[in-house]
Design a protein around this ligand. Structure first.
Ligand SMILES: O=C(O)CCC(=O)C(=O)O
Length: 270
């Protein structure tokens, strides 16, 4: 059961962390699944569902300067539940489902099942501060949120996530504009994403240290960003988005296949 303290954190801050929600064996099997998928990817697989680090350099033999587990510097992979049975099971995890059922006092549907990967020595500045909600509206209510499951040690300089508490409390019809700023020396069409009227230097930014198996739950309107990774190895997070069964995607905008999955009914994982 989600405690009153977590419900309060969810309402006030828009996020909370469940430390060690997944144990070492669970983390190991999830990582093995992701490593299997990453080993199969080549640059030809670039698509809206598989993204690569825009700063990637290709060395003469055509292999990018990634690490052994992520040689081509993949940063994003979508609809993981269709790619690997272990990741399908994670999307339907009872541990996650119970949290969202309790928070929303409702059954839950999946919305997205993806991985966010921070390749070795990745500069993530372009990723920028943002809310996820502008990609999802119009919705009939705002009961849409995500959980990131960290599979590696990830902190402020090692591919973790930064947040600003309380920024989720904005009506869906008043979400701030996204901004895209040109930066000297950045290649091609690369721009730094941001939020109109938001100055991170003046905000109470929180950048937790995450350990393998920790889970960060946050509201889809919360201001957040993915941090750069100064380490020599890739860092992997699984990002699973859900919504309450009474939250309707009014224009059927969600194209993620996970959006077709009903995770719980009558509080039971199906
Ligand atoms: O990877 C992270 O740390 C945050 C993920 C994120 O910002 C997103 O997917 O919208």
């Amino acid at each position: 059961m989600v405690s009153q303290a977590l419900r309060r954190a969810d309402a006030d801050d828009g996020y909370f962390i469940l430390r060690g929600l997944f144990d070492a064996d669970e983390v190991a099997s999830l990582k093995a699944a992701m490593h299997e998928l990453l080993a199969e990817v080549t640059p030809e697989d670039r698509s809206p569902d598989i993204g690569f680090d825009p700063w990637t350099r290709l060395v003469p033999n055509g292999v990018a300067d990634g690490d052994a587990n992520n040689p081509y510097r993949v940063i994003y992979m979508n609809d993981l539940h269709l790619r690997h049975s272990r990741l399908d099971a994670h999307m339907r995890s009872t541990k996650i489902a119970e949290v969202f059922c309790d928070l929303w006092d409702a059954d839950i549907n999946a919305f997205q099942s993806a991985s966010v990967i921070k390749p070795n020595q990745q500069d993530n500045a372009y990723h920028g501060w943002h809310q996820d909600m502008p990609d999802y509206v119009p919705l009939s209510n705002d009961r849409n949120g995500c959980v990131i499951t960290y599979l590696d040690e990830m902190g402020p300089d090692t591919g973790g996530t930064s947040l600003v508490a309380g920024t989720h409390r904005v009506p869906l019809d008043a979400l701030p504009e996204r901004t895209y700023t040109e930066v000297d020396g950045w290649p091609g069409k690369l721009r730094r994403r941001g939020i109109a009227g938001f100055d991170p230097a003046a905000a109470p930014v929180v950048s937790p240290e995450f350990h393998p198996g920790d889970a960060l739950f946050f509201h889809s309107s919360l201001y957040h960003r993915a941090n750069s990774n100064a380490d020599e190895v890739s860092k992997i997070g699984l990002i699973n988005v859900y919504m309450a069964a009474d939250c309707v995607d009014l224009t059927a905008r969600n194209q993620f296949k996970a959006g077709e999955v009903r995770v719980t009914r009558d509080r039971w994982v199906r």
